[in-house]
Design a protein around this ligand. Structure first.
Ligand code: HGY
Ligand code: MN
Ligand code: MN
Ligand code: MN
Length: 427
């Protein structure tokens, strides 16, 4: 077996920057919202078009493509020792409503291009290299984030939750998956992977924060991912006529929701750390008429912290506030459901080192940093050593149409990913 050497970094890594730009634009065209925004929701028609697009690119790169029961897509390049655990990389291509075209997509298109870069350089891997497109990282349709990587990580409670979850059109997860062509979706446990399936997992992603751009540093090496939690809350009151019902007789579910939203902000700000964040991104009122007192309200709360205990304290305080608001306003707290309350994840030292030396060999300054956004890497960390590579994005904008990463930033990120994969696949 000939010597497995990583390609000479500076001479032989060439990225097809123009071709990659075209791919970002083509994939962004599969969207339920008008350009420059992107909306691509799990198992929607545009999601299916996006999946077909990615599978085609994987085949064009000579990868052997397979999909699991819920549509996680795997593109594999077998090395000289195919029985060894593979080095994997990847991300997601689903996009929340009215968002951008780089979140997640960079880690899928960029990973396929990193394979092309290594092939162009004449590199031959010892371990197999595998590109993964996770079926859905965003919680948009069924309220569960990272549902593809959670299942691969074998998280049974979310597999159970999926069995009777419906979207806001009352379509079940199973029916939506079958409509998208995944007829075997009910066999959720077939998506569980064993620990040791991969020797390493590396995800390339835009920073979704302003630090790298502000400090003019082209590469971020992620050392840890913050701990996310999400909660669904429903209040119910008697509703009634906005004119005839006098204030003392009311138990307004809308005001209960408003008070809880402000309580989320208060508990987060009182945590004692700038690293604690909280958001009420969904707040629905029923019946939603100007002259009808809300008889129901539905809130979805997202709160995170790099410190798990501090995050859990905030979740507990939010629960206490929901109970006290329900008493004080005489509304029923008909639902307080913690959808997920995940631990943070730390990156693996040997992968961090491989990414650092790759950046150095490419003469690219880099910065070690935490990820405040969650990623599929958070769950891949349960079954594989993990790390992430960040590239700067314009003003740190993300989850909105102004999201942007320059061709140079993307090219640098793909080169560091390619060299890191080469190093890991010869170890
Ligand atoms: O919300 C997140 O952190 C991820 O970008 N979906
Ligand atoms: Mn060989
Ligand atoms: Mn996102
Ligand atoms: Mn993402």
């Amino acid at each position: 077996i000939h010597e497995h050497v990583s390609p000479d970094p500076l001479s032989s890594l060439s990225v097809d920057t123009q071709g990659l730009q075209k791919q970002f634009d083509e994939l962004a065209s599969f969207s339920d919202s008008p350009a420059p925004s992107v909306t691509r929701i799990l198992y929607s028609e545009n999601d299916v078009l996006g999946r077909r697009y990615i599978k085609n690119l994987m085949s064009l790169s000579g990868l052997s493509v397979r999909e699991d029961a819920i549509g996680n897509i795997f593109g594999r390049w077998n090395g000289d020792e195919p029985e060894l655990a593979a080095v994997s990389t990847g991300s997601h291509t689903d996009a929340i409503p009215y968002s951008g075209k780089y979140d997640g997509v960079l880690g899928v298109l960029g990973a396929i291009e990193a394979i092309n870069v290594l092939k162009r350089s004449g590199f031959k891997p010892k371990r197999p290299l595998e590109v993964i497109m996770f079926t859905s990282e965003e919680p948009t349709r069924f309220g569960i984030s990272c549902l593809g990587s959670r299942l691969m990580a074998g998280i049974k409670e979310h597999a159970e939750l999926l069995k009777n979850t419906v979207d806001n059109q009352n379509i079940s997860f199973f029916d939506a998956a079958k409509a998208a062509g995944y007829s075997n979706v009910e066999n959720l446990s077939s998506a569980f992977l064993n620990k040791g399936s991969y020797s390493a997992f590396v995800e390339l992603h835009i920073e979704q924060g302003p630090i790298l751009e502000e400090e003019a540093i082209p590469i971020g090496v992620v050392t840890a991912i913050a701990a996310p939690a999400s909660i669904k809350v429903d209040f119910e009151g008697n509703g009634g006529h906005a004119g005839a019902a006098l204030m003392p007789t009311r138990n307004d579910a809308g005001l209960a929701a408003a008070e809880l939203a402000l309580a989320v902000e208060k508990h987060v700000l009182d945590s004692g750390s700038i690293d604690t964040v909280g958001t009420v991104g969904i707040l629905d009122l029923h019946p939603g008429a100007i002259n009808s007192i809300p008889s129901k309200s539905h809130l979805e709360i997202d709160t995170r912290d790099i410190d798990e205990k501090r995050r859990n304290t905030v979740v507990e305080k939010i629960h206490q506030s929901a109970l006290s608001i329900s008493n004080k306003r005489r509304v029923m707290l008909s639902q307080f459901k913690i959808i997920n309350q995940d631990p943070p994840a730390s990156s693996e030292e040997f992968i961090i080192k491989a990414a650092e030396s790759s950046a150095r060999e490419l003469n690219l300054p880099y910065k070690k940093m935490i990820s405040r956004a969650y990623h599929d890497s958070l769950f891949m960390a349960r079954i594989s050593p993990m790390a992430m590579i960040f590239v700067p994005c314009y003003k740190g904008y993300s989850h909105k149409p102004e999201e942007y990463a320059s061709p140079e930033a993307i090219t640098d990120g793909v080169k560091v990913l390619a060299l890191t994969l080469a190093k890991l696949s010869t170890q």
